[in-house]
Write a protein that binds this ligand. Structure first.
Ligand SMILES: C[S@@+](CC[C@H](N)C(=O)[O-])C[C@H]1O[C@@H](n2cnc3c(N)ncnc32)[C@H](O)[C@@H]1O
Length: 234
């Protein structure tokens, strides 16, 4: 099983259960910074009129975009029918589709966001090329991803290994520079807080990896470091 195997991705996101289990543990960095809020601020600062979010999941970030940019036209595309339905239920335009084959004309958007999704795409280079194509020259692409150190301490403690993906804090910049002249990055260490060992195991098991996760029981909250990067590309 690979994180970019389409069958795994489809199964993982047939419903919101796994995504919600993982999302619920995340808290800002020690100095109060949060990757999604940084991404939102970067997009809002552009005052874009046409915005695309690729892989919106349940649509939470899209709702924040819509509230912050009331005059913009916002659309989203996700491979999961359930997520498209949930995003539409929040009043956001959404359709089923593939990041590797975006059904939009060249230069259709002023800003594009792809949050924690490029590591799921089999051909990352093609997906980045598609974003470049649908973005107007000088438009902003915001890609958020995790690094190899993301909850690595917990993963190793629980009998696994750090997760290394095809689009990460470590390898993402080089891939983006093939398509964008400017790439800035913001690296953050968000905190995963688990109230007890069962919550940590539920988090680890939610990704359906072929690992027998096991942890010594704990009943006091514990925090583990994440590793997230916001790439800002033009
Ligand atoms: C880890 S979730 C992140 C969801 C959301 N962006 C968030 O931050 O909560 C990955 C999302 O990307 C979507 N996705 C994965 N591969 C995709 C592809 N090739 N094309 C479109 N969406 C895809 C999944 O269905 C899921 O909604």
């Amino acid at each position: 099983m690979r994180i970019d195997d389409p069958a795994h991705v489809r199964a993982q996101y047939l419903t919101e259960e796994h995504l919600e289990t993982r999302r619920s543990v995340w808290h800002p960095t020690a100095d109060g910074r949060d990757p999604a809020t940084e991404a939102l601020a970067a997009i809002v600062a552009e005052n874009p009129l046409r915005v695309l979010e690729v892989g919106p999941g349940t649509g939470m970030f899209a709702v924040r975009l819509a509230a912050a940019l009331p005059h913009a036209s916002l659309t989203t595309i996700d491979q999961s029918e359930r997520f498209v339905e949930m995003t539409r239920a929040r009043g956001i335009d959404s359709r089923v589709g593939d990041a590797q084959d975006l059904p939009y004309a060249d230069e259709s958007f002023d800003a594009v966001a792809a949050m924690w999704m490029l590591y799921h795409v089999p051909d990352v280079d093609r997906a980045i090329a598609e974003v470049r194509r649908v973005l107007r020259p000088g438009g902003l692409f915001v890609a958020v991803t995790n690094g190899d150190g993301h909850v690595a301490e917990l993963r190793v403690e629980a009998g696994g290994e750090p997760v290394v993906t095809a689009f990460s804090s470590q390898n993402g910049e080089e891939q983006l520079r093939r398509h964008f002249a400017e790439v800035e990055r913001i690296d953050l260490v968000p905190q995963a807080i688990f109230l007890d060992s069962e919550a940590a195991l539920a988090y680890l098991r939610s990704s359906d990896e072929p690992v027998e996760w096991r942890l010594e029981e704990f009943t006091e909250p514990r925090a583990y470091d994440g590793e997230a990067t916001i790439f800002l590309c033009r």
